[in-house]
Write a protein that binds this ligand. Structure first.
Ligand SMILES: [Zn+2]
Length: 141
């Protein structure tokens, strides 16, 4: 992995992280608009407190996003960024540019998606059968 590439990846990860945190922050401020005095105190609290506060109001989706961004940033520091979790080969730079927090190369990602699709497909089949049985005659009544 080239140093320049790592640097730009880190920058985009940090930018994405800031964006997620800013979104969460604006939500927090909106919900706290009635407590301006307390708001001042909140900003004096240690960042640890602040992080805990944020994590309490995070949606699962935001939390997962923050987590993968943090993990990617940690991997940059550890020197393992851009290496596929599954096959341990380098992930293509183009892919990392599009998805800076990805942990899988395009081949392993494809495998995982195929598996996920197959699982979903199996669920759908069961669901459709169940649905068909339950739905039969429903319109005639
Ligand atoms: Zn792989």
């Amino acid at each position: 992995m080239r140093k320049a590439f790592l640097k730009s990846a880190q920058e985009s990860l940090l930018k994405m992280r800031e964006q997620v945190v800013a979104d969460i922050d604006s939500d927090t401020k909106t919900s706290r608009s009635g407590h301006k005095d307390e708001g001042m105190d909140a900003y004096d609290l240690a960042s640890e407190e602040r992080d805990r506060d944020i994590s309490m109001i995070l949606s699962d989706r935001d939390r997962r996003k923050l987590q993968s961004l943090d993990e990617a940033l940690t991997r940059i520091k550890a020197g393992s960024y851009g290496i596929c979790d599954e096959c341990e080969l380098d992930i293509a730079e183009d892919r990392l540019k599009a998805l800076p927090f990805t942990r899988l190369c395009v081949i392993c990602q494809g495998e995982q998606e195929k598996e996920a699709r197959q699982t979903r497909q199996a669920d759908d089949d069961r669901g459709v059968r169940r649905f068909a049985v339950g739905d039969d005659g429903g319109d005639d009544a």
